[in-house]
Ligand binder design. Sequence first.
Ligand SMILES: Cc1cc2nc3c(=O)[nH]c(=O)nc-3n(C[C@H](O)[C@H](O)[C@H](O)COP(=O)(O)OP(=O)(O)OC[C@H]3O[C@@H](n4cnc5c(N)ncnc54)[C@H](O)[C@@H]3O)c2cc1C
Length: 378
Amino acid sequence: MSATRRLILIGGGHAHIEVLRSAAQRRFDGELVLVSPDAQQLYSGMMPAQLRGAVTERALSIDLAALCRAAGAQFVEGTVHRIAVTNIDAHVLADNASIDGNWCSVDIGAVSTGQELPGVHDYAYATRPLGAWHALLERVTDLLTSRSEGAPLSCCVVGGGAAGCELALALLARAHTLNRTLSLTMLSASPRLLPEFSTRMSSRIVARFAARGVRVETSATGTRVTARDVQLSDGRSIASELTLWLTGAAAPPLFLASQCATDAEGFLAVDATLRAVNGDALWGAGDCVSHVASPWVTRSGVYAVRGGAVLAHNLRCVTGNTLGRVRAFTPQRHTMFILDTADGRALLRWRGMLSDSRWALQLKRAIDRRFVARYIGW
Ligand SMILES: Cc1cc2nc3c(=O)[nH]c(=O)nc-3n(C[C@H](O)[C@H](O)[C@H](O)COP(=O)(O)OP(=O)(O)OC[C@H]3O[C@@H](n4cnc5c(N)ncnc54)[C@H](O)[C@@H]3O)c2cc1C
């Protein structure tokens, strides 16, 4: 594709779907292109519900191709491997496409730490990209349905953060529904589960796992995965026929490979307007960026969503030659977080308050449904 006045969006994450929604409401000046490896984006907040069989994939699917059509944007299927960007233009190299443009924006999420460890790529399961998630769902169904009742399936979830805990609880619920038993181990490199939350919330989760006979190993680091086990740095191994790898966020390799402005960990460094700090014609939001003006911002969907509204506004200004009107992203310090415990309840954290209740789950379901509904039916 040759250069006209064109904005290239890389990745269909939470912030870019908001950019597309904004363009669907009122077109941007110039051309808009989205490059994404999949035409569907699954809303991660509802993945645990899908894993435990409570909802079908349709409930959490956002059709990126349809959203692009509504936004007047071109959808290009592919993964971007290189960006060459200056302060006046951008060139993007994807699987089967080479795209020239004037501006570029990235919302490609983070990758899990430890991907390079032996066996992780071959034997452990992850939530992204879409193919990996489908492989996980298929494997869970195969293993659970082929297992005779009373013969436990050994399973290890590596990563004791919110995603790891939520998916582990969903897995237990799924096994329970099918009348199968899991021998599940939660492995966390941190001294406690949910290290990013209060000790009260952590204790509630530990109690849930204890009630279900789950072994919790903290301050324990997985170093190798095989088809049968997870090996630890202290020489021990944990039997696991099904390993989920949900460790902390690492930077996607794209930025270092493309010599973009990054922080020390390789995340794209953006200023308060979400533009690359070196002034390149490159913007970004979500888990793949590092906010130099607000370094305390954690990597979570909440900030990706909030950043999306500002990104949409600023990209509209940039493409419409009204750069003077760009806004600063001022992330809020306190965000609500709701963790579905797969037992008809949820843990809700809001500032210093913790609720362990049925209504917290109802609230989560309402928020999740409302979020997905914003991006479908265009
Ligand atoms: C099970 C689970 C539950 C979660 N629940 C919550 C929750 O309740 N609340 C919360 O705040 N956070 C939650 N999170 C965290 C949340 O999912 C992430 O913080 C959020 O997805 C980050 O959004 P993003 O827009 O940065 O990227 P993503 O949502 O990861 O989207 C990035 C997109 O870019 C694509 N992409 C990647 N690389 C490339 C490339 N090179 N070229 C083109 N496209 C690319 C990906 O395929 C993907 O479609 C949860 C995570 C998981 C795994």
